[in-house]
Design a protein around this ligand. Structure first.
Ligand code: C5P
Length: 407
């Protein structure tokens, strides 16, 4: 089994009508646990076995059921849905769904999506043993497997065993863990590692600047955006060093994390991680640190509060962007602004000397939130305003641009 993480990968799951549909729920759970985003299409038959509510609760998204639904078509229509995915999975795949897909029939949302997609399709067949062994089904399965390139459908299962109907033989849907493993393998095969051989350094989270042994200056950065970027870079094959201020997040799979507290420590760690091809500086570095940190706890004194003398921290991004033999080929910074985003971000691009700036509109609640509205500013290129999306999606979109840049 490949070791790729499913973090931020997008799976469109089509749930057909069969008793095995309950296994689709466990599959969604496994996929979500591995970090994948899942959207579900539920056929009329599937809805006889699992409820749209179960799938919506487990995927965290509304379930798509109807082809001609004004609601669905304005939010995410069948074409968009079929393109959104990195992989389409049909589980359980009934004899009916297999027959439609093999013959290009498009008369409901599931079959139409299968024809419209430009991604690989994985099917987990489930049906009675006689149905599975019927030459018509076998001919359809052979036909699906024989389509050229991307259109060739991969199969997982069916397994041999006792069936819900009491008969015995091949026809049971593969277990969720086996479908999950097949999904990982297919995603790894789908050329998912275009950044292999490239090194990346990412900073994330706040810094903590001590005042005395128990107090300090910090900020409300959660580190979520930087961690998501590190995960997406690693997933695309880059060798990632994540230099993190104090946050409560797990290190993403395959990422080398270095803990730091202060801006000065962060700068030392960034320098030590060079050379790198890609640098993404998403940490909220404190602008100042306390001059002369007290060696013991500062006591409350009758004369009133102490005054703190502050000195400027090194600007890690500006230092990294300066021309020199160790400058990464692509240096990306962030600009969190509450107003005049474009003006401020473009000014920061020139002042810091980096290549790209992710302009972050923090006028609404971004700190600690799971979604983000950003604009990508690049020298000599028009602004790219991205719709408000999850931080995982921001990371994926950014990494797509990075892949294009190096392609
Ligand atoms: O100047 P400002 O803090 O607004 O710039 C934000 C960008 O600069 C972010 O990419 C941040 O990680 C980086 N930065 C840095 N070192 C500093 C201050 C900011 O790397 N001391």
């Amino acid at each position: 089994m490949s070791e790729v993480s499913l973090n931020t990968r997008r799976i469109l799951l089509i749930v057909g009508g069969g008793i095995a549909a309950y296994k689709a729920l466990e599959l969604v759970r496994l996929l979500r646990k591995a970090g994948a985003e899942v959207r579900a299409v539920l056929t009329d038959g599937g809805a006889q076995f699992v409820t749209p509510l179960s799938l919506a609760a487990l995927t965290g998204h509304p379930v798509h059921q109807a082809l001609f639904s004004p609601d669905d078509e304005t939010t995410m229509g069948h074409i968009e849905l079929s393109r959104w995915a990195d992989l389409v999975v049909v589980a359980p795949a009934t004899a009916g769904l297999i027959a439609k897909a093999a013959n290009g029939l498009a008369d409901d949302l599931a079959s139409t999506t299968l024809l419209a997609t430009d991604k690989r399709v994985l099917m987990a067949p489930a049906m009675n043993v006689r149905m599975w062994q019927h030459p018509a089904v076998q001919a359809n399965v052979a036909r699906l497997g024989g389509f050229d390139g991307l259109h060739g459908v991969a199969l997982v299962g069916p397994d041999d065993g006792e069936m819900a109907c009491g008969e015995f033989g091949p026809g049971r849907m593969a277990e969720p863990a086996a479908v999950f493993a097949a999904i990982r393998t297919l995603l790894a095969d789908a050329g998912g590692r275009p950044l292999a051989g490239r090194r990346a350094v990412v900073t994330a989270g706040p810094t903590f600047e001590p005042i005395d042994p128990v107090r300090g200056l910090t900020n409300r950065s959660s580190g979520k955006q930087g961690y998501a970027i590190a995960a997406a870079l690693a997933e695309r094959g880059a060798e990632v060093t994540l230099i993190s201020g104090p946050v409560g997040l797990d290190a993403p799979d395959g990422v080398h994390r270095v803990w730091v507290e202060t801006a000065v420590e962060m700068k030392v760690a960034v320098d030590a991680a060079l050379p790198a091809d890609i640098a993404v500086m998403s940490a909220a570095v404190a602008d100042w640190r306390v001059d002369g940190v007290a060696s013991g706890k500062i006591k409350k004194a009758p004369g009133g509060p102490p005054s703190l003398a502050l000195i400027e921290n090194p600007d890690i991004l500006a230092g990294l962007s300066a021309p020199g033999p160790k400058r990464p080929a692509l240096v990306i910074g962030f600009a969190a602004e509450t107003r005049d985003l474009e003006e401020n971000a473009r000014a920061k691009l020139s002042r810091k000397g980096c290549d790209w700036i992710i302009g972050n509109d923090v006028s609404d609640d971004v700190f600690g939130a799971d979604s983000n509205s950003v604009t990508l500013f690049r020298r000599g290129v028009a602004d790219e305003i991205w719709p408000r999306q999850s931080k995982a999606d921001v990371a994926l979109t950014l990494v797509d641009r990075i892949v294009d840049h190096f392609a």
